[in-house]
Design a protein around this ligand. Structure first.
Ligand code: PGA
Length: 251
């Protein structure tokens, strides 16, 4: 049985004051025991969040990491080793905002994934198609290519210590959600592609759905056989809403 996961991607939101409020709200949530819950604040708030959520059964992750695992001359970057030292357990790699707006290439995403694992972090590899690609019927090919770039470079076994998040770009922050069946179809294709290389790794791989997940649609999405939880953006900035999404994953 795969343990479901709900991850809150706070993106570039928050001040020390608003993060303190969110921490308070999360401290008041009844989180389901069977669900792994994680939040991903901006790096400068990591220490505050790790400290503030010490008593909560919740992991903290970063939104990105450097292409090198250790310390070095890479101005502006934060390494996986430093994130680990700050109390992180996970890190997002290849979020579509980084790929499409900030120019993270597939090669850089592979290096970030490898660096995360080298430092003992669990990478959450984000893959997904744009609206244009979906309309051209390229969804499965695009998702397969992004997945394969990691598998071909690092081997399928690396996915046994990683999480995959399927996030259709057209559903991120738009209020448009993939229907449970649309999402399930892609999740099943991802799992089948991994299974063709290693059935055991595929069976244990958690594949999260992301793109306008909220309390109102979470249960239906998480009820699909290959959807193992969610990567939640906007709705994770509200502790009550996020708590409700976590509880939906526990049912
Ligand atoms: P959203 O973002 O829930 O606001 O659509 C999801 C994500 O980008 O991880």
């Amino acid at each position: 049985m795969r343990r479901s996961m709900v991850a809150g991607n706070w993106k570039m939101h928050g001040t020390r004051a608003s993060v303190a409020e969110l921490i308070d709200g999360l401290n008041r949530q009844a989180l389901p025991a069977g669900v792994e819950v994680a939040v991903f604040p901006v790096s400068i708030h990591l220490a505050q969040v790790v400290e503030g959520l010490k008593g909560v059964a919740l992991s903290v992750g970063a939104q990105d990491c450097a292409i090198e695992a250790g310390q070095g001359a890479l101005t502006g970057e934060v390494s996986s080793e430093q994130l680990r030292d700050a109390g992180c357990k996970l890190v997002l790699v290849g979020h579509s905002e980084r790929r499409l707006i900030l120019g993270d290439s597939e090669e850089q995403v592979v290096r970030k994934f490898a660096a995360a694992q080298a430092a003992g972090l669990i990478p959450v590899l984000c893959v997904g198609e744009t609206l244009e690609q979906r309309e051209a019927g390229e969804t499965l090919a695009v998702v397969a290519r992004l997945l394969d770039s990691v598998i071909d470079a690092l081997g399928v076994a690396v996915l046994s210590a990683a999480v995959v998040a399927y996030e259709p770009v057209w559903a991120i922050g738009t209020g448009l959600t993939a229907s449970p069946q649309q999402a399930q179809d892609v999740h099943a294709a991802i799992r089948a592609r991994v299974a063709a290389k290693d059935a055991e790794v595929a069976g244990g791989l958690r594949i999260l759905y992301g793109g306008s997940v909220k309390a109102a649609n979470a249960a239906e999405l998480f009820g699909m056989p290959d959807i193992d939880g969610g990567l939640v953006g906007g709705a994770s900035l509200n502790a009550d809403e996020f708590g409700a999404i976590c509880r939906a994953a526990g049912n």
